[in-house]
Design a protein. Structure first.
Length: 590
């Protein structure tokens, strides 16, 4: 149905007793008849969905192609859809009438240079699809929410720009289809956006089993419906933005843009059961804002490292202190903050040593976050190498640049005593003689400590040997000191530090006996110097003995050193049955 006049009155008059009923589409658009009888288009004429205003008997407009509520009421339910405008219409469409629609509704001015669609009154179609198809800007006022089963936005020109941010909008399913006719000049990346806000839960697209949202348009050149407007996926030339003010947001098909960002905001949980994708182009990125990650189905969508997930942030309220959304990269952003626990491992070291590396255990990370992405900081202690023996707290200083609530559990560093060695000076005496003065030193001090600064008491060395003790080796042990940061240990050499000799026998060569230090390098490969006969016979070469020779008596002549030494070999040779005799004055001279 078409109508046209000079704009001084209503161009379309449908009587209240008329009935319009069809199983096909109903198309209402401006148009006229030429003097020759042919139909003429009026694609630039405005379309008003409004009731004319009167003062007294004077009509105030609007005038021209006006669809009033009585006229719209003549269209009976059951049609294939009502299309106001056409695919080539460019004149503005103004919806200024609150009307309850019963069939699928399309407002269409999709031609190049379109003046767009303005919604100033509520559109209510709770059981059907509403399609807004335009080549220009599509806007709505704060008093004009859209209530429908589903809403399909169809952009046909680079300038197609949908700004539907009314907080009262309430549809169950939403989709956007953007298609620019071939041959148009490149707008240089400047495309219109899609911006939609819904008061309740929202599904973007239908599950594949239900088929895509499909709208109806009209082709004015042949007075037939256009090919269906099918939103298999949602697309946008510029930014794509969809927000739910309550309830979950479900992604049932892919979303892509030609040149900009994708932003999804839900006050509930983000759900992507079909593993659909978000593909921003032209250097854009995607951001998914959700109230909570609990129950989320991300469908293998992941953010960009190093901070794929952020917590403690809302779309409208910003982020908690210390957290900021990076300017680039894809991210999931949540109001809910997970709690991570960092528990320090207990450590121990000795006094004077450097602190060990502090390690800790982590629990509570979610959404595949890694420790390096989620937390920065370390554990430390006040203890230094000079700190006294005792227990010191291992405390942590951590922050979460992504918004975790951190529970830092301290550990304990135990500083244990270092070890000091009491080293007795070697002594010897004859059997029956009194012990000589017993002396020694203390070794092992660290961090600049000395006996005077780190110990108390007096160092005293003693031995169990007395004048009645037989010949042999006896211990000289130190005692008498105390130190808060040290343990006192007897040096291994203390066990044989005192030698008791037989009367008139020269003191043994302690070096030869291996008491004080190891034997020298052999003069011939494979042999060690035994020094068994060095005082009398020079330096015969012997194979390495199984163990050190011990002092043994048994010489028949008192004071005969050679006889004494030979008795040692005879009674306790402790050799490997191998003697090199190629030197003069060797064993063969016996």
């Amino acid at each position: 149905m078409r109508g046209k006049n000079n704009g001084g009155s209503d161009a379309l008059a449908i009587g209240s007793d008329a009935v319009i009923q069809t199983t096909g589409s109903v198309n209402l658009r401006p148009g006229g008849v030429a003097p020759g009888g042919s139909f003429t288009a009026a694609e630039n004429d405005p379309v008003f969905i409004a009731d004319p205003q009167f003062v007294g008997g004077t009509a105030l407009g609007p005038f021209g192609f006006v669809l009033s509520s009585p006229e719209l009421a003549t269209i009976r339910d059951g049609s294939a859809g009502i299309v106001i405008g056409s695919a080539t219409h460019t004149g503005p469409i103004s919806a200024n009438l609150a009307f309850n629609w019963q069939d699928e509704l399309t407002l269409q001015n999709a031609g190049a240079g379109s003046a767009g669609i303005t919604i100033n009154s509520p559109i209510t179609n709770p059981s059907n699809l509403v399609t807004l198809s335009s080549g220009g800007p599509v806007t709505q006022s704060s008093a004009a929410p859209i209530t429908a089963d589903s809403l399909l936005l169809h952009g046909t020109q680079p300038q197609s720009n949908f700004q539907l941010g009314n907080t009262g909008n309430n549809v169950e399913t939403f989709a956007s289809k953007f298609e620019v006719p071939k041959g148009l000049p490149d707008p240089g990346g400047s495309f219109g956006d899609v911006n939609y806000v819904n008061s309740g839960a929202l599904a973007i697209g239908r599950p594949s089993a239900m088929g895509p949202l499909t709208g109806t348009g009209f082709d004015s050149s042949n007075n037939q419906p256009t090919p269906p407007i099918i939103a298999t996926n949602s697309t946008s030339g510029g930014d794509f933005f969809a927000q739910t003010l309550s309830g979950n947001l479900t992604l049932n098909h892919n979303i892509s843009t030609l040149a900009s960002d994708i932003t999804l905001v839900t006050s509930g949980v983000f759900l992507n059961p079909g593993m659909n994708t978000l593909t921003p182009a032209g250097g854009g990125r995607f951001l998914v804002f959700a109230d909570t990650f609990t129950g989320e189905i991300d469908g293998d969508l992941t953010g960009s490292s190093p901070q794929p997930n952020l917590y403690g942030c809302t779309f409208s309220g910003g982020c908690i202190a210390g957290v900021s959304i990076p300017a680039t990269g894809n991210h999931f952003v949540y109001r809910e903050r997970p709690a991570a626990t960092l528990t320090a491992d207990n450590k121990a070291r000795i006094y004077g040593a450097q602190n060990p590396a502090f390690t800790f255990q982590t629990s509570g990370l979610v959404n595949g976050d890694t420790l390096s992405d989620a937390v920065s900081g370390d554990f430390s202690t006040a203890a230094t190498p000079t700190s006294n023996v005792g227990a010191y707290a291992i405390t942590g200083s951590f922050v979460s640049p992504v918004g975790y609530a951190l529970n830092v559990v301290p550990g304990t560093l135990t500083v244990n005593k270092a070890q000091l060695s009491l080293v007795a000076d070697p002594q010897s005496r004859l059997q029956g003689a009194a012990n000589p003065p017993l002396t020694g030193t203390v070794t092992g001090f660290v961090v600049g400590d000395t006996a005077g600064s780190a110990t108390t008491g007096s160092l005293v060395f003693s031995t169990p040997a007395d004048t009645a003790s037989p010949i042999g080796f006896y211990a000289i042990n130190g005692a008498g000191l105390d130190a808060g940061n040290y343990l006192f240990m007897q040096a291994p050499s203390n066990a044989t530090a005192l030698t008791v000799l037989a009367p008139n026998i020269p003191p043994p060569d302690r070096l030869r006996l291996g008491i004080d230090q190891a034997p020298r390098q052999s003069r011939e490969p494979g042999f060690d110097d035994s020094y068994v006969y060095e005082s009398n016979l020079g330096f015969p070469e012997l194979c390495a003995a199984a163990g050190p020779l011990t002092v043994a008596g048994g010489g028949s002549t008192v004071g005969d050193l050679l006889d004494y030494e030979w008795a040692r070999v005879r009674l306790n040779p402790n050799l490997s049955n191998c003697i090199n005799v190629d030197e003069q004055n060797g064993c063969d001279d016996f």
